[in-house]
Write a protein that binds this ligand. Sequence first.
Ligand code: GLA
Ligand code: GLA
Length: 701
Amino acid sequence: MNRIWRRAACGVICAYLVAGLPAHGGQAAAGKHFDLIEWNGGKFIYGADYYPEAWPESQWEKDATMMQEAGINFVRMGEFAWAKMEPREGEFDFAWLDRALKVLNAHGIRAVLGTPTASPPAWLYEKYPDIAAMDANGLRYRYGSRRNYCIHNSDFLAATTRIVTAMAEHFKDHPGVLGWQIDNEVGDPKCFDPISQAAFQAWCQRKYHTLDALNAAWGTIFWGHTYQDWREIPLPWNTLFDTHNPSLALDFDRFQSTSTHAYLDLQVAILRRIAPSKAITHNEMGMYSGVDYYDLSRSLDFVAWDNYPMFQKDYTQYTEVGLGHDLMRGAKDNENFMIMEQEGGLPGWSVFFGRQAPPGLYHVWAYQSVAHGADGVCYFRWRTSRYGTEQYWQGILDQDSYRNSRYWVVAQTGKELQQLAPLLHGSTVISQVALLVSPDSRWAFQIQPGVEDFEYDRQLHDFYDAFRRAGVSMDVVFPPSDLSAYRIVVAPALYVSDQALANKLSAFVKNGGTLILTFRSGVKDEHNVVTDRTLPGPFADIAGVAIHEFDPQINEEQEIVGPGDSRFPARTWSDILDASTAKTVATYGKGYYAGKPAVTENQAGKGWVYYVGTESKSPFFYDRLVSLAATKSLLALNQKIPTGVEVAIRQKSGKKIVFVLNYTGTEQTVPLDQAYRNALTGKTESMDVQIPAYQVKILTE
Ligand code: GLA
Ligand code: GLA
């Protein structure tokens, strides 16, 4: 290491002497439960994303004082500061970060440091222009923006290794550094350059071993796309008619996800080797589909994610964010997580992306994170930037550092969360219903939606929203997850599945579970090739139905009759069901297949399978289906929760912590199953609990 690096080491030692911080819990061993609150010295993690490099040092002390006053004990820093950490190749300067840590630590604030690879320095692009990714038209990106690098480029991997090693060496024993966030929101872009093509070909060779196996799996006989040499295999770059073999395209999505994971693992290996006492996380993106988060999260001590509720068009539609939380919790087998970027103000880049939210909603959104399993909330960002692309992305403070209404909301929330920390510590979300998300099906639908109006995530929400409207917690599970704890599994549009997954779901049902399947399930095998079995393919037996005809609903003219006498509009698709052993729950109302089954119910072993052959715009349709499934599974519902109010529950030693969240601008009355004690005031609340506009109540037994 060079001169500048050695000089910086002194700053670290000085910081140790003044920090006066309690010892932290250290890193959880692989496979073990990671206790976030213990890791933060018993305090609820409460923080802000902070960019000291962009503000005069004379301002740091004032910032730290104001943070402490707002209850902040945590910051994330550094994830875009590569150019400042390594101003010239191989020459490191962490002294500024040591000084920032010293100021923050003295105010009881500890840090997660971002490895800065999300924004490589200009000099790196100048020297190695090919580290930039190439788009699907064969054009190489150039310097500018961020995260436009190629994860297969060896010069970039070498530069990554160098900066991450230097950072790990420098901070490995720093008591004010709790751990690392690797890069920032990994995933895109995909790189279509020759190096990436060779990497894909090698990945294919490892997967299929022989070209005969690959040609058979992908069905390359179609249009004579048969490969005789691994080097002939293309990438799904832009082509005439924009068409590619869907089997190749799905494998390319898997390859991109695996490569992203490998890039993360390159950093994980360095950090674990040099700094084993520090924890490792990454800021994931909730519903983002570019990466298989279940797979990626295997490498992390805990999941963190970036939560921006203001992207919702209607703030009372809280399920949009709720599902993001639950998917993130599911990515690490239902373990508690933290929010690395919680919305702290109005978002925007060249324009503001919406309208300002009432200050109370920032409070409710922070509690929504906690209610869904967050043991830490870190706001993006401490203060709005004066510079660059994100001048219109508000932090808690605006550029003038005035203690505005958001600041006071953050301060109040922070105070409450520390009061609640002992109660929250060790509590988790426990669900009896799971939603199966299949990354393969999600990708395959992006490749071939089948019908224009099809949206995989909407299929998830149709049922997720209905269960949540009835006050039922849901876990998100992935194909490898254990299903044994659930009474109901909803597996919408399970388009791509292998026999192992089909067997697992079948065993779940035969052991007494209730499974809800929907249209376009069992259509494709694991290679994204259409089955030659009668649909729904591997699920036909347990569902007790056969599909010999279907009708895409491009004009939305069909209607659903049932359950009971109700009528609902149909959209997207109609599977015309032929019920063998299944009982009809709803039929189609119009046209040449009027009267034929649209929804069926079938007993298989000790359990039940619902097959829903169509979709509806009406939420009541899903409320009815959820009621039916809940009755079969003896699951209690609360059908009196007002619209725009969420009831979410964490549990600890068999006792409930109930969060009642009001996203509406009016006071609401919410009937609960019993009278609870208010966890903040200690007073017993009525069973019909009153929640003021944009407020939350936290209740315990
Ligand atoms: C054209 C082509 C066929 C087939 C059909 C359907 O008619 O000649 O090979 O591709 O379109 O796409
Ligand atoms: C993401 C990034 C942040 C910031 C915000 C706002 O969440 O992780 O660095 O850019 O978006 O744009």
